[in-house]
Design a binder for this molecule. Structure first.
Ligand code: NAP
Ligand code: MG
Length: 480
């Protein structure tokens, strides 16, 4: 069985204490690899290697052009190994192979995008008093720590690391122990294309051990975290104790708002996919279906028909949904379903689990609930499963009120043909991204992405992510 190691200073090594963790495929619950179980000592070594890389190592000496070239080469290398990476991602996460392929394409795009951007982040000059010139430099933070989740591991690897590397930081990554095989494989590819030692370090292990040690480490200059709000609080507290910044992406309860004048035929597949993609285990899943009362019954029936067609199966069966990531996640989602049932909330449609799915996998049926009370947990809390909650609304002002009524604010979809309403909704709903007559769960490398409220702060993706991974230095020259 494959035994994966940590990447520290360009070398692959086991944990200092030799401990390992089993890697399971969610499709059948069978162990197919082992990971090194990193702890504080391993994190210390990785942070030390990264520090050396940004202070005296060859990484520090590379120009922005050369950093960009390395990133672009890694993007190409990911594409060269596309089929292998997609199959590995599918097996590790359980997601349907088609989804895994889309994820690998996106991972490559992150390296291409930030490869091209590396030499285009300019400083500024500022008009100041007579006899002075002021310039602003954008400098890397130094060593950045990255903690990523299991839902889109390959994409998250690109999304979190590529902008940090483009700006010249050296990175230490702690991927999620449930799914990190492609993070390891892409780090091997990074070594193949010539990233200098210490620029990319990866320590696998548990959140409470390796993750906590990384976020508390006094020699980390900036943290990037994607995951649950609870752990986000722990990471942000650790960052505060060291007085370093962090970008947090903590999920959502994103509404898909359908007005009576919507082009429902266009909306239907998009709205269903927004919750079914990746089995609903998507931070930006469109998990609240807000339907205007005048069309509620009619549109709900159309969406229910689509839900009934949904099929769940193993990653290899490549159906609409794969299994959930783990037994813990399955039990968590089933807990929501049980509570909804005991609260008397009506199930209007369910998908089916395909015949012949392997035993031991973590399968859950996609479920559409109707008339979900606005204060019920299903309407407010992130389920992180294929569960869609339909809620009626009266008019535009009620729609804005309801859209803003959760603690989250990540993504919103608005479906209406009324141009003025599109603009008002886009302005009045509190979220990091608004889609009008579209929905972009997870997509768009070029588009700044992140939350407001409990969904987190800071921005990933697009050019904005580059500004998270640098700080400005103001230099004042007196020349007279
Ligand atoms: P999580 O616990 O927040 O895990 C995210 C990452 O943080 C993983 O790499 C995890 O490591 C690490 N971690 C855990 N405890 C830590 C600690 N004390 N210090 C530093 N790092 C730590 O998320 P989860 O348990 O996988 O999922 C729970 C819920 O989080 C989900 O149901 C969902 O609501 C939400 N979630 C949101 C997103 C998103 O994209 N916004 C993604 C995943 C989950 P290990 O997993 O290896 O222990
Ligand atoms: Mg796994």
């Amino acid at each position: 069985m494959v035994e994966q190691k940590h990447l520290i200073n360009g070398k692959w090594m086991p944990s200092l204490d030799g401990e390992t963790i089993d890697v399971v495929s969610p499709s059948d619950g069978i162990v197919f690899a082992k990971l090194a179980r990193g702890k504080k000592g391993d994190i210390d070594l990785a942070v030390g290697a990264a520090r050396k890389a940004v202070s005296s190592g060859s990484w520090a000496k590379l120009t922005a052009v050369d950093r960009g070239r390395l990133l672009s080469r890694l993007g190409q290398k990911v594409l060269d190994n596309f089929e292998e990476l997609a199959a590995l991602e599918a097996k590790d996460t359980g997601k349907p192979l088609m989804q895994a392929k889309a994820d690998i394409t996106a991972a490559a795009r992150y390296f291409e995008y930030y490869g091209g951007a590396a030499d285009k982040v300019h400083g500024d000059t500022i008009p100041f008093m007579d006899g002075y010139m002021v310039s602003i430099l954008r400098e890397p933070h130094g060593v950045t720590g990255h903690i990523i989740p299991w839902n889109y591991p390959a994409q998250m690897y690109g999304r979190s690391l590529a902008p940090a590397l483009a700006m010249g930081n050296a990175v230490v990554l702690k991927p999620a122990e449930e799914a990190c095989m492609t993070s390891i494989r892409m780090s091997e590819l990074a070594m193949d294309v010539g990233f200098p030692e210490g620029a990319i370090n990866i320590i696998t292990g548990l959140g409470e051990e390796a993750g906590a040690s990384l976020s508390e480490h006094p020699d980390i200059n900036f943290l990037s975290f994607t995951g649950s709000p609870e752990v986000g609080t722990i990471v942000q507290t650790a960052a505060a104790k060291n007085h370093v910044g962090c970008v947090l992406e903590l999920g959502g309860k994103s509404p898909q708002i359908i007005f009576e004048d919507a082009d429902i035929e266009s909306a239907l597949p998009v709205v269903v996919n927004a919750i079914v993609q990746n089995g609903g285990q998507t931070c930006s899943a469109g998990s609240r279906l807000m339907l205007q009362k005048s069309v509620y019954d009619k549109y709900l029936e159309l969406i229910a028909d689509k839900f009934k067609e949904l099929k769940v199966g193993s990653h290899e069966m490549d159906l609409n949904c794969g299994p959930l990531i783990s037994t813990v996640q399955k039990e968590r989602v089933e807990g929501f379903l049980d509570r909804a049932n005991s609260d008397g909330i009506k199930v209007v449609a369910e998908g089916t689990i395909a015949k012949g799915v392997p035993e031991g996998g973590y399968y859950v049926k996609p479920t559409l609930f109707a008339d979900v009370p606005r204060d019920n947990s299903l309407a407010c809390d992130e389920v992180f499963g294929p569960v869609l909650s339909a809620i009626p609304f009266d008019d535009e002002s009620d729609a804005v009120h309801l859209a803003n009524a959760t603690e989250y604010g990540l993504v919103t979809g608005v479906w209406t043909r009324d141009g003025a309403r599109q603009i008002r909704m886009a302005k009045n709903v509190k979220a990091g991204q608004i889609y009008v007559n579209a929905y972009g769960a997870g997509g768009g490398i070029e588009l700044p992405f992140g939350g407001v409220k409990k969904s987190g702060h800071g921005r990933e993706k697009g050019f904005e992510a580059l500004y998270e991974f640098c700080s400005t230095k103001t230099i004042v020259f007196k020349h007279d």
